[in-house]
Design a protein around this ligand. Structure first.
Ligand code: ADP
Length: 502
């Protein structure tokens, strides 16, 4: 496809599976439709991987790991990753458009957030490939002990639909930098850009089988990958519920697992916060990417003293969010990814009402006309008078629904903020530096944002406490997820060991 091609909502694309460097049909011959959630139209027909295809992909990845890839130097792995970053950059516009059409996210997010993050990720780990080192250990006696940090082997990556390309990059970049091969299963809702990435992986010159891309459904393709005995490691991002299934399946073969799961982040606003910044941060926390973010600041803890002023401004700004065609650069909010997700959001709105929360704004789809009338849109929604025990404050909705809980006292606030099964992230808005750092320690979560929200960088570790998962992606920490340590001993004395001497 060329960059000039019209935003092709009425041309259906076709994709095959990418296995062992070849584009192939599924063994079953089956395909599935990937839908544009802004219109409900089919964007692409995609070959559907199932257990036999997963098996083929794992075997291809194994052959590559034991064959050509093991002979590629760290420097050359880095160069391939860098080349891939450049190829992604040269096609950023069309990849962003495809991401928007497959996922529904506004083009301004796809183009200015997702794509730059993908490029940065491949660049960062391109540089990391040559910095994966062992250590020498000062052991006693005339012995030399050192460690080698070696790849794990075949890594299965199962990723979600909210950041399709970003998630592919988070998994592929460190795994490949460290010398592993990968079988990537994109989410069934959004397989298109991962498959486009497959073309660029080929063009960059990665040996065949180093990366295999096998879209299919979770319970079939995903489950087959998680339980495959030929897989050395599973890296998963998705819901906590599915994360548990994956951990169970992987346990059968003691496959190593890293999990980046759900969240119900507290976004805490103190009375001394800069009001404009805090309102902005609350919007960013819950409405960015239609609220389909695992770090979404979905529980807004609000200092009682500023309740009225904050809510008035938050409501006003939420109502100004421009909902519409996600391919339009002015649009700030697109549709939820699927009808299923839209129904989930509607369900939780009903639950919140039943529980006695007060609807401030939203709570229903917007009135849109033309093709967008068939899209899965929902208005930015705010509930107040929420109690932390309510389901709307405890269960991950993964949509644009903010639950506002007021607080009076810091100790009570901390206790409530931590009262959740999740621990992925938190936001703190205050001008009091001491309090900000105190809370950063008290909140049990993997990422704390102070006077900012939803900020990521390839160099900074990311992952969850509690049921938000285990393992840290990004930065140097990611290398730990994709390597294992070998300890090597060598005798320097040249004499027999003492034990069995006369
Ligand atoms: P979400 O709730 O955000 O849709 P899921 O956790 O359901 O996310 O899905 C994330 C990824 O996990 C997707 O690629 C999906 O196909 C996959 N998946 C879903 N169920 C399973 C399963 N039982 N085993 C393996 N993968 C699964």
């Amino acid at each position: 496809m060329s960059a000039q091609q019209p935003s092709a909502s009425n041309t259906t694309r076709r994709y095959q599976l990418f296995i062992g460097g070849q584009w192939v049909e599924a063994e079953s011959g089956r395909t599935f439709a990937s839908v544009n959630p802004a219109t409900g139209e089919t964007l692409a027909e995609v070959a559907e991987a199932d257990a036999p295809d997963i098996d083929k992909a794992v075997q291809a990845a194994r052959r590559a790991f034991e064959g050509k890839w093991s002979k590629v130097s760290a420097r050359d792995r880095g160069r391939l990753l860098y080349k891939l970053a450049q190829l992604v950059e040269s096609r950023a516009k069309e990849l962003a458009e495809l991401e928007t059409m497959d996922n529904g996210k506004p083009i301004r997010e796809a183009l200015y957030v997702d794509l730059p993050e993908v490029i940065e990720h491949f660049e960062y780990f391109a540089g990391m490939a040559t910095k994966i080192e062992g250590e020498t250990i000062p052991v006693p006696g005339r012995m030399f002990n050192y460690t080698l940090r070696e790849p794990l082997g075949v890594c299965g990556a199962i990723i979600p639909w909210n950041y399709p390309l970003v998630m592919a990059a988070w998994k592929l970049a460190p795994a490949l930098a460290a010398g592993n091969t990968v079988v990537l299963k994109p989410a069934e809702q959004t397989p298109v850009t991962a498959l486009e990435l497959g073309k660029l992986i080929q063009e960059a010159g990665f040996p065949e089988g180093v990366v295999n891309i096998v879209p299919g459904f979770g319970e079939r393709a995903g489950a087959a990958l998680a339980s495959h005995p030929g897989v050395d490691k599973i890296a998963f991002t998705g819901s906590t519920e599915v994360g548990k299934k994956i951990a169970r399946a992987a346990a059968e073969n003691l496959t190593k697992v890293s999990l980046e799961l759900g969240g119900k982040a507290p976004n805490i606003i103190f009375a001394d916060a800069d009001m404009e910044q805090a309102v902005n941060g609350a919007l960013m926390g819950i409405f960015f990417n239609q609220g389909q973010v695992c770090t979404a600041g979905s529980r807004i803890f609000l200092d009682e003293r500023i309740k009225d002023e904050f809510l008035a401004r938050f409501r006003e700004r939420a109502e100004q969010i421009r909902i519409g065609d996600p391919l339009d650069k002015q649009t700030q909010m697109g549709p939820q990814v699927s009808e299923e997700q839209l129904n989930k959001v509607k369900y939780y709105v009903a639950v919140a009402r039943q529980e006695g929360a007060t609807l401030v704004t939203g709570g229903e789809p917007p009135a849109l006309s033309g093709p967008l009338a068939h899209g899965y849109f929902f208005r930015p929604t705010i509930f107040t008078d929420v109690k932390n025990e309510m389901r709307v404050a405890q269960e991950e909705i993964f949509g644009p629904v903010a639950a506002v809980i007021t607080f009076k006292d810091e100790d009570e606030l901390i206790q409530q903020a931590n009262q959740t099964i999740y621990g992925l992230s938190a936001g703190i808005w205050t001008r009091d530096v001491t309090r900000a750092h105190r809370l950063a320690r008290e909140i049990r979560a993997g990422v704390i944002w102070i006077n900012t929200y939803n900020i990521f960088n390839a160099a900074s570790p990311f992952g969850g406490y509690k049921q938000s998962g285990y393992g840290r992606e990004m930065g140097k920490h990611a290398i730990e997820l994709y390597t294992q340590v070998k300890s090597v001993w060598i005798d320097l004395s040249g004499r027999p060991m003492g034990w069995y001497n006369r």
